[in-house]
Design a protein around this ligand. Structure first.
Ligand SMILES: Cc1cc2nc3c(=O)[nH]c(=O)nc-3n(C[C@H](O)[C@H](O)[C@H](O)COP(=O)(O)O)c2cc1C
Length: 186
């Protein structure tokens, strides 16, 4: 199985990971899938994604192009209607493609998860030019999660920088996503 065929590239691909809690509650959060010689992810402890992976040993990487969904899943909970289930695993309805993985904890590093692909599906193929506006939302969302965790003011400056790019290059989805980020920060 070639991950590239499902949109997961060499280097780090930003996807929305879906996992199931041991009580059967689906969860979604953006993570980076690291594809070098091996495939892995670094998951912060104290997240639902971390505890769900430890409970079920499974994760689905959803390839999503909607910037608003990155904001909503990073900083809040998605509605249950956003998910459907494949082999008892949650998948996002808006995913262009998804790959499910068996997760193996690293023996020394608590945040490192080795990923072994199980299966994947391509649902739609999009032709899409690179958008600085979309990229800027992804960066601004990462800095917002860091600002909320660490309260370091430097992140606010970086968020403002990406906000300027969103204003200049973003479409309505990016502008809505930026508005949501601003509401969360204030
Ligand atoms: C683009 C992007 C990439 C992210 N990558 C990671 C990652 O690789 N590992 C991680 O632990 N958190 C990552 N985060 C932060 C998590 O999404 C964030 O902490 C989230 O609130 C965790 O939600 P959960 O508690 O529902 O798992 C990323 C956030 C964004 C916006």
């Amino acid at each position: 199985m070639k991950l590239r065929d499902f949109g997961i590239q060499d280097g780090i691909s930003e996807v929305i990971a879906t996992t199931m809690s041991k009580e059967g509650m689906p969860n979604a959060a953006p993570i980076g899938i690291i594809s070098d010689k091996k495939i892995c992810a670094r998951i912060y402890p104290d997240t639902h994604t971390h505890s769900n992976i430890h409970a079920t040993k499974k994760l689905v990487a959803n390839v999503v192009s909607d910037p608003l969904l990155f904001v909503s899943s990073a900083l809040g909970d998605l509605d249950e209607r956003e998910f459907y289930t494949v082999d008892e695993l949650p998948v996002l309805r808006c995913a262009d493609a998804w790959v499910s993985f068996e997760c193996e904890k690293d023996k020394q590093d608590n945040t490192l998860i080795h990923l072994h692909p199980i299966k994947g599906r391509i649902l739609r193929k999009r032709v899409q030019a690179i958008s600085r506006g979309t990229n800027a939302i992804i960066e601004a969302t990462i800095h917002t999660t860091r600002y909320l965790a660490m309260k370091d003011e430097k992140y606010l400056e970086w968020i403002a920088h990406y906000e300027d790019i969103v204003k200049k290059c973003g479409g309505c989805r990016e502008k809505e996503a930026m508005k949501k980020l601003r509401e969360i920060i204030q």
